[in-house]
Design a protein around this ligand. Sequence first.
Ligand code: SAH
Length: 448
Amino acid sequence: MAPLPACRALLASALGPAGRLRLPPPAAAARPSSGPGGQPEAEGRSQATAMLRHLLLKLRATGPVTVAEYMREALTNPGQGYYTRRGGIGESGDFITSPEISQVFGELIGIWYVSEWIATGKPEAFQLVELGPGRGTLTDDILRVFSQLASLLSKCDVSIHLVEVSPKLSEIQAQMLTGGKVQSNPEDKSAYMKGISKTGIPIFWYRDIQDVPPGYSFYLAHEFFDALPIHKFQRTEKGWREVLVDIDPEVPDQLRFVLSPSSTPATQNFIQPEETREHVEVCPEAGVIIQRLACRIEKDGGAALVADYGHDGTKTDTFRGFRNHKLHDVLRAPGTADLTADVDFSYLRKMTQGRTATLGPIKQQEFLKNMGIDLRLQVLLQNSPDTATREQLLHSYDMLMNPKRMGDRFNFFALLPHHRLVHPDKKHKPESKSPLPPVAGFDELVLK
Ligand code: SAH
């Protein structure tokens, strides 16, 4: 499907030429979609990290912990967590993400928000709320689109709200988005930091979505939900048992998985009676956050775009670790590797409890094609001065779109108010209103 002529001008000229090109080194790869644990990296097994020592003390004192507890500690412990201290996103880090590969990715997402803003009658203000902004690259690319469409957005009061728990990454984001000119603990706000973007838009940082002020908002979660802690369950002859993390009695300073001897509160609460799989992962924190987004969108309007790898309630063991762009044993050297699990989109849909409509998940290649990535690539290729730049553009396009790379592995999923998809009085007077504009990405992009 090609984007309609109405948006051609926008994609072709308003976004301008390539601002900067990004490309992963040949060795860098997106995180593979499945495979538990993977091949451990060659590294001394007995070398206990500070995080491992902390966990060993805890396990000795209290006994085994849930995988969710282990994952939360390993990723976001305020002292030694992976995101707190390392947060290795990008070429020199542990894993690469789409916004770090190509500026086109963030540009098309920026256009998605503008097209939703237009489709809902150009409200006079909106907040862009990003959950887990990483290095801030995606927001930076979106802000460039907003700035290039300044004449369209001139009467709209736009503000940026970033939900980030990692002090290290929030510093990197502040540098990227404001040049480092930020104020900590502003008195007038629930934010822990604020600043002004290079394009003059206010930016606020929070630790929790609940701290973000209410109001018409566009939410964005790219590779965020996969970083939230999961519970793991195994079907046994005696019924469902939760997978726990314990100390390996055979090997010093090593952790192992064990099964809970009886059912736990989580087994009772999270496993559906109709479940047919043998192994199930559930991320209650993702459920809580999606519920909050759905409540906010139902009340104040807006939309949420979730992009991640995942499945629709079909996969089993997807918990895995990454370090230096390689699979890493999830129980080895906690705090030094990224831990992640596929997002269960069927669970997210269920947790909206019908407060909003949902679209997707659809594959990244389909979403980006509908958003006009091919046209954008053509423009950039035409404007590229040299062969090396053109090759880079084609390579990053392939990373994003090739089904064997990120094209089929990543999915887009959206929450929208019901009235965005169906006229409130459609049931009674189906012929009375003009059709609602299609939702870009899930359909062809149409901008009027
Ligand atoms: N969206 C970025 C980064 C993805 S990595 C990209 O695509 O490049 C996950 C991000 O979520 C990091 O910024 C990490 O610090 C943040 N994060 C992880 N757990 C979080 C939590 N519970 N609350 C807020 N942010 C969290």
